[in-house]
Design a protein around this ligand. Structure first.
Ligand SMILES: Cc1cc2nc3c(=O)[nH]c(=O)nc-3n(C[C@H](O)[C@H](O)[C@H](O)COP(=O)(O)OP(=O)(O)OC[C@H]3O[C@@H](n4cnc5c(N)ncnc54)[C@H](O)[C@@H]3O)c2cc1C
Length: 380
């Protein structure tokens, strides 16, 4: 039996595609997990609706970001950036910490579409080759339109030969008994605890926090690895361990995230790449939840119009670019500049001597402050 649409991968992007797809279509969602969204491979941090208006002024409709209370585990008011000499910059910036697993699962399940869990995508060659992880039997699934929402390690992007973006590795503990301010998201930069990336403490409330590090392999010192880096951040690094000394690990995850520009092309015949599979990300902070929500929503609506004969599938590509590309490209540029100023911890500290809160706020909003451009040209 042929489906109209297969949504291959039900994370953030897949769930929001399913949500947008018309009930008139014959749709199947596919995921290897038993429980959608779990384990949570994410810091679970998203901007509030008012921050989304600043980040993506061309979006127009921000109703996706009216997050129901039941999915909010915390609302933070500040970001604290801590640099390698222990100095910090605190800025006002509202964020939500969500229960991402419940959010994804509810959005996908309430779409009313068929969902096949414990089903692994093996590859794509005109048809999806799948493996039932209960029986371990392989089979093919035919769908007129395929949505590749299978994340940063996308099997479909690999099958299409477009999986070429830079990937960062991340490891995270969920910890209880964390003794930090719960209205503040902490970000740490420095070669010992986050080579090529950053480390974070994201309070979920009641002493629980997501504590993790994101690194890039080529910035790692010889003999070091991500497990050692996270342990160092939790147990030894003076500016973070002060909050974590008495904390206990509840859960551990390892995952990857794209830290690159989005793909130049995201529609290949009748395959649409959505979310991390297309490297749709704010690469300087590896933030992709809001981007994937929007991209999934756009993909679902373009597919509905395609089946009604109103649009070509290619229009998905131009639609998401129009609303989000500027922010993604500025973010990528910030990442490039940041790589230069953070070549050594000394350079990083030097840069922080002459920037202010406003500059850090701009960076968080994917805007390039003048002082970052100047730093590239005249200081380093
Ligand atoms: C440690 C970490 C922390 C992060 N923190 C944040 C944050 O705080 N805020 C933020 O905005 N972004 C964050 N990100 C990025 C964010 O999580 C992603 O950008 C976002 O989840 C992308 O959504 P997606 O739906 O494209 O991919 P995913 O959410 O990864 O979903 C992909 C889905 O496809 C399924 N899948 C994958 N391969 C297969 C297969 N072969 N067969 C079947 N199913 C498959 C997976 O099970 C999963 O359900 C973080 C990333 C990491 C790694």
């Amino acid at each position: 039996m042929k489906y109209d649409v297969a949504v291959a991968g039900i994370g953030v992007a897949g769930a929001f595609t399913l949500r947008a797809l018309s009930k008139k279509l014959r749709v199947v969602g596919i995921d290897k997990r038993e429980k959608l969204g779990y384990p949570v491979e994410c810091g679970e941090l998203i901007p509030t609706k008012s921050e989304m208006k600043r980040l993506l002024p061309k979006l127009g409709d921000y109703s996706l970001f009216e997050i129901p209370e039941k999915y909010k585990s915390n609302k933070t008011k500040y970001f604290e950036f801590v640099i390698p000499n222990g100095k910090s910059v605190e800025i006002e910036f509202e964020m939500l910490v969500i229960n991402r697993d419940k959010f994804i699962s509810d959005v996908a399940e309430s779409s009313g579409h068929e969902i096949r869990k414990r089903t692994k995508i093996i590859d794509y060659n005109g048809k999806l080759r799948l493996r039932d992880l209960r029986s371990m039997k392989d089979y093919e699934l035919d769908a007129e339109v395929v949505v590749a929402s299978d994340g940063a390690n996308s099997r479909i992007a690999k099958s299409l030969g477009v999986w070429k973006y830079e990937i960062a590795a991340a490891k995270q503990y969920v910890m209880s008994g964390v003794n930090c301010r719960e209205d503040t998201v902490y970000m740490f930069v420095g070669s010992d605890i986050a080579p090529g990336g950053y480390a974070w403490i994201i309070p979920k409330g009641n002493g629980v926090a997501n504590v993790g590090v994101g690194i890039r392999q080529r910035f790692l010192k010889r003999g070091d690895n991500i497990h050692k880096v996270l342990e160092r951040f939790v147990r030894e690094y003076p500016y973070s361990s002060q909050y974590l000394r008495k904390a206990e690990i509840i859960n551990k995850i390892g995952a990857v995230a794209p830290v690159d520009k989005p793909l130049n092309k995201t529609v290949f015949d009748k395959v649409l790449l959505v979310g991390d599979s297309a490297s749709m990300i704010l690469s300087h902070v590896a933030a992709g939840i809001p981007i994937s929500m929007i991209a999934g929503d756009i993909a679902g609506n373009v597919i509905n119009d395609y089946f009604e004969g109103k649009k070509n599938l290619d229009e998905y590509d131009s639609a998401w670019r129009e609303k989000m590309l500027d922010a993604m490209m500025r973010s990528y540029r910030i990442k490039q500049l940041w790589d230069k100023i953070s070549k050594t911890d000394e350079k990083l500290c030097k840069y922080f001597r002459f920037i202010g809160k406003g500059d850090m706020c701009a960076i968080l909003r994917s805007k390039i402050p003048l002082k970052l451009r100047i730093a590239e040209k005249f200081i380093f």
